[in-house]
Design a binder for this molecule. Structure first.
Ligand SMILES: C[S@@+](CC[C@H](N)C(=O)[O-])C[C@H]1O[C@@H](n2cnc3c(N)ncnc32)[C@H](O)[C@@H]1O
Length: 404
């Protein structure tokens, strides 16, 4: 696939790789010529908007919005809310914001049209790969929490859980086929760079930790469960999610990718039915920002209950707002207003160390760090050769439970 990836363009071309470099597996929806062209157009548009249009918002702020705010209020904007007041009517900001919103909407439309035209085939493929295997454990009594059930998360119609027909996998198939547009391959061949990065981080930082039982919470379709299951092939590993379509698709995909030690289980990470101190490693990737204030505290308390003494819990997320300028906070807060991310502003304002301490973790056991995604070099040149942009270095927090 090098002909479509970095080698085709060379790093200085600085354009996204072709959609055809995205990793394939038995569940991946097929895309025809026009659909590939649409994904490529959108990936390039997303990159153009984020690298060429976005920087102009800072110029508009400095030259126009900030001085106008100061004239009116007698001081410069002091926090992201005041920056927002200064910027929300600015024509340049409105153009960038509308373009970004449109790319998000077009991405959903493009992904769903690919999936819906082959809905029956995809559902049948999942059924045949899942084949009543004990490693897929669905539980229809699990209730969808409000923060998932009442919102089309990041503009995804029907969120993660909606089933158009019985045994549906379409929300997961849409998530999988279209994520290339928003990440442009930056998340790795199988959108699994964070999981590979976590395996490397564990080897570098906790080489002596005995890992026999692993839990991934909010696993989605298992993009970042599979690399961990493959990294610890002798471990018993559970990947938990509330949404049955994600689990059906994820299990079928994992079977095809060889992660047969991975059990996909339907459950709410706020209250799981595993025994106390059951796991050596609990982790999540891009999960906690999609919960709620109350749920986050419950989930952290559940991690504490489920960790064995000396065990580790680790969560890879978008960076918090602390330490960023009010203007950067304002830009990053865009998702809360326009991308259906209702917990976004609050979660990024929290100190995760305080949240963990609040549910009983000893402060001495807490850590905040960064985990670098491991991205396949057939898509992008080696890390460090040029700027990958955001998304490849994850803000990471967690704790190591006290040894017995
Ligand atoms: C951004 S997605 C998938 C993230 C996934 N870890 C990855 O790296 O691709 C977040 C997932 O969390 C799930 N989820 C949200 N709240 C949950 C909860 N309380 N318990 C379990 N899963 C939850 C959603 O259904 C969704 O599949």
């Amino acid at each position: 696939m090098a002909e479509y990836g970095a080698e085709r363009y060379g790093p200085s071309a600085d354009v996204p790789p072709d959609y055809r470099v995205a990793g394939r597996h038995a569940m991946m929806p097929a895309a025809n010529h026009d659909e590939i062209a649409r994904f490529n157009f959108l990936a390039n548009l997303v990159k153009y908007v984020s690298t060429r249009v976005l920087p102009g918002t800072a110029v508009a702020y400095q030259n126009r919005a900030e001085p106008a705010f100061e004239d009116k209020h007698g001081h410069k904007p002091r926090d992201r809310r005041e920056v927002r007041k200064a910027m929300e009517g600015d024509p340049y900001y409105k153009i960038w914001s509308a373009l970004r919103l449109n790319t998000m909407e077009m991405r959903q439309q493009a992904g769903r049209s690919v999936v819906l035209r082959q809905l029956d085939e995809l559902n049948a493929a999942a059924k045949s790969l899942n084949d009543d295997k004990p490693t897929l454990q669905l539980d229809p009594s699990v209730e969808i929490p409000r923060y998932i059930g009442s919102v089309d998360n990041h503009l995804m119609p029907g969120s993660y859980y909606t089933e158009l027909v019985a045994d549906d996998v379409s929300p997961a198939a849409n998530y999988d086929v279209g994520i290339f547009v928003t990440t442009q391959g930056l998340f790795g061949l199988h959108t699994d760079g964070a999981g590979h990065g976590l395996v490397k981080w564990l080897a570098d930082n906790h080489p002596d930790l005995k890992i026999n039982r692993i839990l991934d919470i909010g696993c989605g379709l298992g993009h970042n469960s599979v690399p961990v299951a493959l990294g610890f092939p002798d471990a018993e590993m559970y990947a938990v999610d509330v949404a049955a379509p994600m689990l059906r698709y994820g299990h079928a995909r994992a079977q095809d990718l060889g992660a047969t030690n991975l059990i996909f289980k339907q459950g709410n990470a706020e209250a799981l039915d595993f025994p106390d101190q059951h796991f050596d490693l609990i982790y999540s990737t891009m999960f906690v920002h999609e919960t709620s204030y109350k749920a986050l505290h419950r989930i952290m308390a559940e991690c504490r209950r489920l960790l064995r003494p000396g065990g580790l819990h680790v969560h890879l997320e978008q960076p918090p707002f602390h330490g960023m300028s009010p203007f950067e906070q304002f830009l990053r807060d865009w998702d809360a207003y326009y991308n259906n991310e209702p917990f976004w502003s609050t979660v990024h304002s929290l100190q995760m160390t305080d949240v963990m301490a609040k549910v009983g973790f000893d402060r001495a056991s807490l850590f905040e760090t960064k985990v670098t995604a491991v991205v396949d070099e057939t898509i992008f040149p080696k890390a460090g050769d040029f700027d990958y942009g955001r998304g490849c270095v994850w803000y990471t927090f967690g704790a190591q439970a006290e040894a017995a």
